[in-house]
Design a binder for this molecule. Structure first.
Ligand code: COA
Length: 155
């Protein structure tokens, strides 16, 4: 049984994240989408709201579960017997950030490895903060996020 963790802030989850998740599910039997804490961010949604929106978005996806954790992602991965962390790459700028994250994770526990999926061309501009900025300016973001997120943003 191959199990992996897909960690992120998911503030909120986007169709870009979901595309990565769908593709990860073709490689792994089980994927835990983990709402983790990035201390450098100010969040739009509470952890509970983010978890609820993701749960709704992944309904019906076989082998996918959702969780929230406040500690180090590699520790969670170890505790849950999931030796792979999934991340998406959109551009060269993502690479530098991910390289640092991977190095820090490796320092903590080198038995946990990272697996990267390249974002599809039409999804490379999507980010959680861009979506919130567009939505706050009245732009229709319904094609960029799952319905659970769209309904929440509309409120
Ligand atoms: N599609 C759409 N957007 C994507 C994307 C994709 N394929 N890949 C990345 N992004 C965007 C996100 O929308 C987000 O945009 P934003 O910055 O505008 O909000 C950004 O890229 C990255 O966010 P996300 O992938 O949600 O997670 P993150 O970088 O905030 O997450 C953690 C980092 C939470 C995984 C990391 O901080 C962590 O593991 N924290 C726990 C503590 C820990 O273990 N720290 C170890 C390092 S010291």
């Amino acid at each position: 049984m191959k199990r992996a963790i897909y960690p992120g802030s998911f503030d909120p989850i986007t169709n870009g994240h979901l595309d990565i998740l769908h593709r990860a599910c073709e490689v792994f039997d089980e994927v835990i989408v983990l709402v983790a804490v990035n201390p450098n961010k100010h969040f739009n949604f509470t952890p509970k709201e983010r978890v609820e929106m993701i749960k709704d978005a992944v309904k019906g996806m076989k082998g996918v579960t959702v969780d929230y954790y406040e500690g180090l992602t590699v520790k969670y991965a170890k505790e849950h017997n999931a030796p792979h962390l999934i991340r998406g790459l959109r551009a060269v700028t993502d690479f530098e950030y991910e390289f640092q994250l991977a190095s820090a994770n490796e320092y903590v526990d080198e038995s946990i490895d990272m697996v990267f999926f390249m974002a599809r061309g039409d999804k490379t501009f999507i980010s959680s903060s861009a979506i919130m900025e567009l939505a706050n300016s009245g732009v229709d973001v319904s094609k960029l996020v799952p319905d659970s997120v769209y309904q929440k943003i509309k409120k």
